[in-house]
Design a protein. Sequence first.
Length: 68
Amino acid sequence: MEAQQSNNQGDILKSMVNDFERTMIASALARTGGNQSQAAKLLGTTKRILTYKVRKYAIDPDEFRLKE
């Protein structure tokens, strides 16, 4: 019973971290007009890691590009 409760808390934490990370990535992309290199710098990570996470969270950087 205690192990199951601990596992559920772990799942909740993982979900919360994923939601926060997705929000931060989307925010950085919005601030940079969808530029992944600049967004990676804002987040203190590499473009390669950001690209991986953009795919992981199914974020479309084109949604953040400035429309002319």
